[in-house]
Design a protein. Structure first.
Length: 279
């Protein structure tokens, strides 16, 4: 049957698919929109299956918080090329998923994929998007922070985002943003040195000892001296890689701990998450 341009455009508005794909789907379904939509969805599943082994290393990293700022979510939706990652339609799609998790507060990534997004699951919506764009797309990361106050920071370009939780409401939101930017810029491994994961401590201690032994200045020194020098190297690692002990990026005369105390002596960081693409 003959399909009019108006019918094709209507299906395009409903699905976001290309004009030729819409025309073909309508022809195959004899003008039945529901069947045409199903055809387009099946095409998406076919494309998704064909591209399953492709690398999706581009995409967007987004974080946001609820209106009461007690819950924050960070999501990462990936694609194959930077061209698609910068496309407004793709960014809007990723944003719709991030907005959805802020509203629904799922506990893990599998729960996210089962949520209802525009009358379909997020997983099915991703498959549809694969069919429309022709690239592998996937939700590869989801993390949350719950606290008395949560601040979200997204670095320009949508490749890096952070969430940071505090033990109380902030009197000045700029303080929270500053800490979010600190985490984005300096990539700490933990809030303080006493909560650095044991495996990281063991690895860094081993590296410190090996570096100390390889330093010609330490040749022939007793093991106790070598161990003491290595301990100093480990302390330097803690200073540079734990949030509260790092130099504050806006004022190197202060540590982050000192900066927070200068804003509110009772304010504490309860947790943070950070994710970056192409690091």
């Amino acid at each position: 049957m003959a399909i009019s341009a108006a019918e094709v455009n209507k299906l395009r508005q409903m699905t976001g698919a290309g004009m030729m794909d819409c025309k073909k789907a309508l022809e195959e379904s004899n003008g039945d929109y529901e069947k045409a939509i199903e055809t387009i969805r099946k095409k998406g599943q076919l494309v998704a299956a064909k591209r399953a082994d492709r690398e999706a290393s581009e995409g967007v990293v987004l974080s946001n918080v609820t209106t009461d700022k007690t819950f924050g979510a960070l999501t990462v939706v990936c694609c194959e090329t930077d061209f698609v990652a910068k496309n407004d339609s793709f960014v809007q799609f990723a944003t719709s998923i991030n907005d959805l998790v802020i509203a629904q507060k799922p506990s893990n990534i599998e729960s996210v994929k089962k949520l209802n997004l525009n009358n379909k699951t997020v997983a099915d919506a991703i498959i549809e998007k694969v069919g429309l764009i022709g690239e592998k797309i996937d939700l590869i990361h989801y993390s949350i922070i719950e606290a008395a106050e949560v601040i979200a920071y997204v670095h320009p370009g949508n490749k890096l985002a952070t969430l940071v939780g505090f033990n109380k409401k902030l009197s000045d939101l700029q303080t929270g943003k500053d800490i979010g930017m600190q985490i984005a810029a300096m990539n700490p491994v933990a809030i303080d040195k006493d909560v650095v994961p044991a495996d990281i401590v063991a690895k860094e201690k081993e590296i410190a000892i090996e570096q100390t032994k390889l330093d010609k200045k330490n040749e022939g020194k007793p093991e106790a001296i070598v161990a003491k020098i290595a301990e100093g190297r480990l302390e330097k690692f803690f200073k540079e890689n734990t949030l509260l002990n790092q130099e504050f990026i806006k004022d190197s005369k202060l540590t982050v701990r000192q900066y927070i105390a200068s804003q509110d002596k009772d304010l504490k960081v309860t947790g943070f998450v950070r994710y970056t693409l192409n690091a």
